[in-house]
Design a protein. Structure first.
Length: 199
């Protein structure tokens, strides 16, 4: 399975799209969520949208987080610079197109604000999800990346203490518990996630 931390060379083949296209096209976003809904057996579109969003932000944030933890540098991203392509099975394929570097301390303004915040707005507009659920998904994605890396806990604690992520966690890593629920429990047979507030 493709790693959440993997980046590919800048895309030159058909089938790739930028995150800007996904954010700017509600129909493309709905089509993506409907694929997720069918794949996981979600009972309604809102549940599928939260699950899909969590997967997207986990995929987008993981390479940037690893760079921050391992090199103290992050890419200064934009929606037009992040390209993706569906992949079955496994997480979507991802590429960052020629992006400048920023100090790791600028993770929120360099990565979260220009890319994640517009995704939050797009999913809210199309699926009537609350900001609390979606930003909680972002916090879960960061915690999941740290668990997979096996390092970077203190860095993520710092990121989660900054707006707009401040307040998304009831307990910070390494004992992370979010202040919301991703709605995955509503998928038949799914149960509760390890970081769910409902536990």
């Amino acid at each position: 399975m493709r790693s959440y931390f993997a980046l590919e060379s800048p895309p030159t083949l058909d089938g790739w799209a930028s995150l800007a296209e996904l954010v700017d096209s509600p129909s493309a976003l709905v089509a993506r969520v409907e694929i997720t809904r069918a794949a996981v057996g979600a009972p309604d579109q809102r549940v599928a949208a939260s699950i899909d969003f969590l997967g997207v932000v986990a995929r987008v944030l993981s390479p940037a987080l690893r760079s921050a933890v391992d090199t103290d540098i992050v890419p200064r991203l934009s929606l037009g610079a992040v390209w993706w392509r569906p992949a079955v099975p496994g997480p979507m394929r991802l590429s960052y197109r020629a992006v400048p570097a920023a100090p790791a301390a600028e993770f929120v303004p360099a990565v979260v604000s220009p890319v994640v915040a517009p995704l939050v707005a797009a999913y809210r507009a199309s699926f009537a999800l609350s900001a609390k659920v979606l930003w909680g998904d972002v916090a879960s994605a960061l915690n999941g990346a740290v668990l997979s890396l096996g390092r970077g806990t203190s860095f993520v604690r710092t990121v989660l203490s900054q707006p707009p992520l401040a307040g998304t966690a009831r307990a910070l890593p390494p004992t992370f518990v979010r202040n919301s629920c991703c709605l995955f429990y509503r998928v038949p047979g799914a149960g509760l996630c390890a970081d769910c507030i409902l536990r």
